[in-house]
Design a protein around this ligand. Sequence first.
Ligand SMILES: *[C@@H]1O[C@H](CO)[C@@H](O)[C@H](O)[C@H]1NC(C)=O
Length: 486
Amino acid sequence: MGAITISSTSLSSNLLLLLLLLLSLKEGYVLGRRQAPADSHQLQHSHTVHVSSLLPSSVCSPSTKALDKKSSLQVVHKHGPCSQLHQDKASIPTHAEVLLRDEARVKSIHSRLGRKPGSSDVDETDAAKLPAKDGSVVGSGNYIVTVGLGTPKKDLSLIFDTGSDITWTQCQPCAKSCYKQRDPIFAPSLSSTYSNISCTSTACSSLTSATGNSPGCASSACVYGIQYGDSSFSVGFFAKEKLTLTPTDKFDNFLFGCGQNNQGLFVGAAGLLGLGRDQLSLPSQTASKYKKFFSYCLPSSASSDGFLAFGDGGGLSKSVKFTTLSTVSQGQSFYGIDVTGISVGGQKLSISASLFTTAGTIIDSGTVITRLPPTAYAALSSSFRQKMTQYPRAQPLSILDTCYDFSKYSSVSIPKISFFFSGGVEVPIDAKGILYVNSISQVCLGFAGNSDDTDIGIVGNTQQKTLQVVYDGAGGRIGFGTGACS
Ligand SMILES: *[C@@H]1O[C@H](CO)[C@@H](O)[C@H](O)[C@H]1NC(C)=O
């Protein structure tokens, strides 16, 4: 910069300032140019995250990107400001509680799918808490949709769950027990389209595969019972009713559980919408119209919303790429998916693809944190840590062992992470899907390892945020599109 020599006495101070400004701009420009290759490399392989954006706001700001709202249902987080169930702060679980329940759900999925002999991390007390025959499982990272049931139609807020099959709601007269819910409890006696299912019907006997329990019979009415991995359950009459999904999409004779004895972590919600693959699930019961095709987008935070759309008419985001839907042995309700690799900051982890094929992987809307074979998780977390060395570490949060303290930063740069699925499909995870935030001083990598490389992997709902996840049951494929909701 010796080329310009300025004698300050010969210039007015204004002009001097201007020159200094120009000089600093010029210098900045040169520096910027010099750094450009490194910058764009970094930009390409990292997310810049404003730390203030990591915490959900206390007001609901609905996504502006959602699909045609007429043909899709709004999806909200059960505990966020967009949910009408959001009223009682005391009932909102802490993140540590959410992660503990998530672990119960995962253990339950693993026990349902049958563990290979020799693996034994379920201790006596845990095993005692888990029913031997889990019909399915419920965690607490729950997303809610509202559907209409009966004639006249009553709106019910249900947890939607791709990991279970039967749909149920609490029903009057709550012969044994109903927990507190926000909507009025469904009263079959006030609906002209309700009818019980008889014990001898094939619908009644198909409960065995959908719930893991054989049905009961009470004065010739079919009785279902389903228990979940965390000792939650619902028992009641198996019944038929008119289901209204959207103003144009209505289904007569939808089979559902009219719960007379309900307990567990569903509190606030009226019940559960089963989106699994068994014949009693909603996609199976509506297959003649939707061909088992549905998609959803889970919002990036509890203060935004997403959508759940049925059928392929609702529109697919342009970026949707499909991979093969696979089947999991002993788990016909689950959506299997073939993970082939993971990249961190643009670099593929050097782990063998057979690691994933050995264990298998499912995608689940109800599991919060993605579970990987421990060998894969070790490679992922080590690579992530190497790229995050500039940030101070924080205490582990429950099952999450790679945490950072961002309290001294206004923005941070985190490596991008992508999943690779069979067919060469790369799915980039949203920045909000990489981090699980307890507080600004404890922000964790939102992945965890299974306890054994033979346990099935699970793509959890944190990593699905803002993606359009497309389930094409008839076409045998699963698709992912980016940026489908905010
Ligand atoms: C359904 O069955 C139960 C048990 O027998 C009975 O109490 C109830 O009235 C029945 N409902 C209808 C609409 O038939």
